[in-house]
Design a binder for this molecule. Structure first.
Ligand SMILES: Nc1ncnc2c1ncn2[C@@H]1O[C@H](COP(=O)(O)OP(=O)(O)O)[C@@H](O)[C@H]1O
Ligand SMILES: [Mg+2]
Length: 367
């Protein structure tokens, strides 16, 4: 997918205007609080996802206005397409190529993007929940069946947990636990296999990107950390193994009041030079890890869907040394990239493509 035009009206501080990006690299620079992140956020909303800043819909409308409107012209599936996104009355709606849809779900899978913003650093720094949701989010974009599977797993998990809390007071309920163990093991086995396969696909491009970012000076690796499978390979073996595991952990589960084993406790281990990036990585290394994962996510999405997602890199350059910055500015090849930074000097180190300055919500082309 290549974006050729974005126009905006009353979107946060982007009052009215248009953005005609380059088909490869776009550097958007400007001082703090001018609207650079707002511009990337506007592009991101066309994926159908929520704001990557966690904002609510009504916060996206310019202060004092009733509605915000965004229009995107892009080339995808071998033709030019247009999507219009309206945010009004606390809800978003979209029209695509002239057809109105009530909500924005139709956008999912039509416009694809991968975003890195400073908040995403917690992907490496924080606990496993965010890394699981990185895997799950990527898999949901790739495989709609996974969305359903995950939903079912979580529902069964909640029901099993509710039962675990009841058992100390109602011992007779113990016998019903096995039914939930079976359901959980069945879905859990599939989740483990789907995630393992995705990590296998992600691993190689992530290593290549990390190598590029670090000037080939550091080694990067990822690994799925799940329950010990005792040599399980097939879905049936995983299912049987998870079932046994749930049975052998019953006592712990009942006293904890929740399910202590299963894929809802898994992690994506990220290592630099053989050590956990979370505990031993420098700021720059942690940032490089997240970037490598995000760029690899784009690569896998492209190889499976046939369309290259646009890459949104918000404020990624700070805390990276000049070698790492140069890689991001000049080595991302054919992809369409939108990169924001504060420093006009850094923006000047990039040759070719588009250079834009954002000042108080107004965008101007700079040479
Ligand atoms: N709903 C809104 N209406 C008008 N302005 C907004 C709204 N939400 C945020 N802003 C303004 O947007 C600016 C921040 O934009 P942002 O894109 O985060 O800046 P930066 O250039 O630093 O990335 C602030 O000046 C803020 O007041
Ligand atoms: Mg910003």
């Amino acid at each position: 997918m290549i974006v050729s035009r974005l126009s905006f009206l009353n979107y946060r501080n982007l009052c009215e205007g248009e953005f005609l990006p380059d088909s490869h690299m776009n550097v958007i620079f400007g001082q703090n609080a001018q609207g650079k992140t707002n511009l990337l956020e506007a592009l991101w909303l066309f994926t159908g996802g929520r704001s990557f800043r966690g904002s609510r819909d009504h916060e996206l409308i310019a202060f004092g206005q009733e509605a915000a409107k965004l229009s995107l012209t892009f080339f995808s599936e071998e033709r030019e397409q247009n999507a219009i996104l309206t945010i009004q009355n606390k809800k978003r709606s979209a029209s695509i190529n002239g057809v109105d849809y009530g909500g924005v779900m139709e956008l999912v899978g039509k416009c694809r993007a991968v975003v890195f913003s400073p908040e995403h650093l917690s992907l490496v720094k924080d606990g496993p929940a965010l890394r699981r949701s990185f895997l799950d989010g990527a898999l949901c974009q790739l495989r709609p069946v996974y969305t359903k599977l995950l939903f079912q797993y979580n529902r069964v998990l909640q029901q099993r947990n509710a039962l675990l809390k009841e058992i100390p007071r109602h011992g007779e309920l113990l016998d019903t636990l096995e039914i939930w163990d079976e359901k959980l093991a069945q879905r859990g086995a599939r989740i483990i296999l789907e995630r393992s396969e995705y990590i296998r696909l992600l691993s190689q491009p992530a290593q290549v990107f990390y190598g590029g970012i670090s000037g080939e000076k550091e080694q990067f690796s990822i690994r799925y950390h799940t329950v010990n499978g005792k040599g399980s390979n097939s879905e049936a073996q995983w299912q049987e193994h998870l079932f046994q595991l749930l049975a052998s952990n019953r006592k712990e589960d009942i006293s904890a009041g929740f399910t202590t084993v299963g894929p809802h406790r898994d992690d994506l281990e990220i290592q630099v030079n053989g050590r956990l990036a979370r505990s031993f990585g420098s700021q720059g290394q942690q940032r490089s890890c997240v970037l490598a994962l995000k760029l690899a996510e784009a690569e896998v999405l492209q190889s499976i869907s046939g369309e290259s997602p646009v890459i949104l890199l918000d404020d990624v350059l700070s805390e990276l040394d000049s070698g790492r910055q140069d890689f991001l500015l000049n080595q991302l090849g054919e992809k369409q990239v939108f990169l924001t930074c504060c420093d006009p000097e850094i923006a000047a180190r990039y040759s070719g493509g588009g250079r834009f300055e954002m000042e108080q919500g107004r965008l101007s082309v700079r040479q």
